[in-house]
Design a protein around this ligand. Sequence first.
Ligand SMILES: Nc1ncnc2c1ncn2[C@@H]1O[C@H](COP(=O)(O)OP(=O)(O)OP(=O)(O)O)[C@@H](O)[C@H]1O
Length: 249
Amino acid sequence: MSTSAVHLIDLTKQYPQSTKPAVSNLTLHIPEGAVYGLLGPNGAGKSTTVMMLCGLMRPDAGTVNVLGMDMETQSVEIRKKIGVASQDIALFPTLTAYENLFYFGRMYGMSGSMIRQQIDKYLHVFGLTEKSKKIVHTFSGGMKRRLNLMAALLHQPKLVILDEPTAGVDVQSRNMILDFLMLLKSEGTTIIYSSHVLEEAERICSHLGVIDEGKLITEGTLVDIMNTHSDCQSLEQLFLKLTGKNIRD
Ligand SMILES: Nc1ncnc2c1ncn2[C@@H]1O[C@H](COP(=O)(O)OP(=O)(O)OP(=O)(O)O)[C@@H](O)[C@H]1O
């Protein structure tokens, strides 16, 4: 078995008012250097799983191992090595792009010169150099989304966790983000990508984990999974085959 960037073992989580677990005995193995698509219908348990693997929520049972460290005892060290871009934009709307990024750099404990170097690099990569002194609430959805991603990457994390990283962006911004994720992968960064956009998953993911009702349905490389279900012409067909056509609320 390849080295794990993330190993979740028998994770279970039930919310207090709920009658069934959001995540139930879930075991996932995310290899180092993978772009791992965490897929599932609405309410499948993706966000709950991501919150547990970031250390933002404690499981009722099971273990979370990230980059060889145990979340129970080494959560502070783990957080320094991961970057998380949530679906909800986590930026200060009344600060400029530069001020936002500087704030996040300080939060990660980076030196001023390292922050400035990283900000200049990423502003260039994401085409925002000219906008660095603009207030964020004047930004388009695509610009905010790119800035949100940059804030998660400044400290050069070994593991990047992205929840719907292209939600609400146009084709150009989406293309820029996806190309950049492939560049990160080529540099050895492990990426967890949670999304409902299956064409994107098909384009960038090396591995998939499909969950439904808090349980793992299938996991493996994209190629192996598609070969196993050779009757499916696309990831969307495969997804519907595995999770059914019923609407989830
Ligand atoms: N704070 C909460 N309190 C009670 N139940 C919750 C809470 N958050 C999520 N749930 C329930 O837990 C289950 C898993 O939800 P979760 O948000 O993890 O799924 P998801 O796969 O991320 O869904 P989506 O794709 O819609 O974001 C769902 O049944 C949801 O209603």
